[in-house]
Design a binder for this molecule. Structure first.
Ligand code: ADP
Ligand code: ASP
Ligand code: MG
Length: 416
């Protein structure tokens, strides 16, 4: 059994969908679960839709029309027969989305978000499953919400592993080809949940774990995991082999090519992960396995933009001691703010933070009751794994550095 995952970039248009067919033909498609994300930038558009829907007096319908038009164009290129049932199925999904919005009584943003944003994956997998069937690759469309069971932390749902494992094993997915959605699951009341942005890689990891799969391949618009983010650095090299530990570290520091939660379930069962180019499916790409040393052994550069650097100092010059630190962390937990880096001295405490859920103002208000607070928004966190002096020197050139930290294998720096 193998698990594949195709992300938004790989299915952003009709050619992308046709390319999925090519990849499957080249690499084989028996005993395969294929996890697919929403097409292109659909998730961003659906996020905008939810924001508009909740804004008094705002007109959100044009956004739905744009999205329907985008998907219809893809469908019309893929299917010559305009009477093919896929047109109706997709139309119905758009209708269901509008009905959900119309009937909704909740004002809870995160809940509404999950009920609506999940349509991106439901629509993309419907199109792809139908297209593959049409092209002779008979497959079963699976609703991931019947398998991935989670708690009700909407937008950041935590997987209930026991139930998920049971549901997936009960289904007895074998032999054939199955197509399912990344990113989405459902809670005990069968409301739709999502696993966090970019969470489709994680879905592939969950299915692989529960199926005791032989491997997971995630198909990307890059040749594999590179030693630097190609959007930021000019010179990058492909990492052929990395260990699970290395992959977790890279993903944790912000190498967005792999979702950080993906590795852990794979590592637990020693299921290899391949990161490969969807344009060159027969190329090796990157393999992530147990204990294999980083090859080639190069400094790896990671950038996390749009972070926040907060510095706290005590109001009365007293030390920032354990009880205060514990209070700070419980607030961070409460507001779902992730800590990238910490540095402290006797009377000051600095944190580089990632505020994915936009709760910074609430956090700052609470902190200001007890501390003198200074902060910078929009800072970048740079990390070099396996740094060399030369690598640090070239990175620091022309940067306004606010904070630096070096441990044995990892150099980190926050700059404006
Ligand atoms: P998906 O289509 O699966 O969602 P993503 O866009 O999330 O794919 O991930 C692929 C992108 O990750 C690449 O296009 C690249 O810009 C970016 N990226 C960031 N860091 C790295 C890295 N170290 N190696 C490869 N790609 C990286
Ligand atoms: N469609 C979701 C997103 O864009 C999940 C994913 O692509 O992994 O975040
Ligand atoms: Mg993505």
């Amino acid at each position: 059994m193998r698990v594949f995952k195709f992300g938004g970039a790989s299915v952003k248009d009709a050619n992308g969908v046709k390319n999925v067919l090519n990849v499957l033909k080249e690499t084989g498609y028996s005993n395969l679960v294929v996890v697919v994300s929403a097409m292109g930038k659909t998730t961003n558009a659906l996020e905008d839709l939810v924001a508009l829907y909740l804004k008094e007096g705002a007109e959100f319908k044009p956004l739905i029309q744009d999205l329907e038009h985008y998907h219809k164009e893809i469908l019309e290129t893929l299917f010559e027969d305009k009477k093919h049932s896929v047109f109706k199925r997709v139309k119905k999904l758009f209708k269901d989305m509008q009905t959900t919005l119309k009937r909704n009584k909740s004002t809870q943003y995160d809940y509404i978000y999950d009920q609506i944003v999940s349509f991106g994956e439901l629509i993309s997998t419907t199109i792809i499953s139908e297209y593959l069937n049409h092209e002779g690759l008979k497959n079963e469309w699976l609703d991931a919400r019947n398998f991935i069971k989670t708690d009700n932390t909407y937008r950041d749902a935590q997987v209930n592993w026991e139930t998920t494992q049971k549901k997936i094993q009960e289904k007895d997915i074998k032999n054939g080809l199955s197509i399912t959605q990344g990113f989405i699951g459902s809670d005990d009341n069968n409301f739709t949940t999502t696993l966090g942005r970019e969470g489709s890689d994680y879905t592939a990891g969950i299915f692989a774990y529960c199926l005791n799969a032989d491997s997971v391949s995630i198909w990307k618009d890059v040749p594999g995991v590179l030693n630097a983010d190609p959007r930021v650095f000019d010179k990058t090299e492909l990492l052929s082999h990395i260990s699970y530990e290395e992959a977790i570290e890279l993903a944790f520091y912000g190498a967005s090519v792999i979702h950080p939660k993906t590795i852990q379930p794979l590592q637990r069962k020693e299921i290899p992960l391949y990161v490969k180019s969807f344009l060159k499916p027969m190329n090796e790409g990157t393999s992530v396995k147990k204990g294999q040393p980083l090859d080639p052994h190069l400094p790896c550069y990671i950038v996390k933009k749009n972070q926040i650097l907060v510095s706290l100092s005590s109001l009365d010059f007293s030390f920032i001691v354990e009880d205060m630190v514990s209070e700070i962390f419980s607030l961070l937990h409460q507001y779902q703010i992730k800590v990238d880096l910490i540095q402290n001295s006797a009377i000051s405490f600095s944190l580089c933070l990632d505020d994915k859920f936009n709760h910074l103002d609430e956090l700052l208000a609470k902190l200001k009751i007890k501390f003198k607070v200074t902060y910078n928004t929009g800072v970048s966190l740079f990390t070099i794994r396996h740094f060399t002096n030369e690598a640090i020197k070239s990175l620091e050139t022309n940067k306004d550095i606010l904070l630096k930290q070096i441990t044995r294998e990892t150099y980190q720096m926050v700059s404006r």
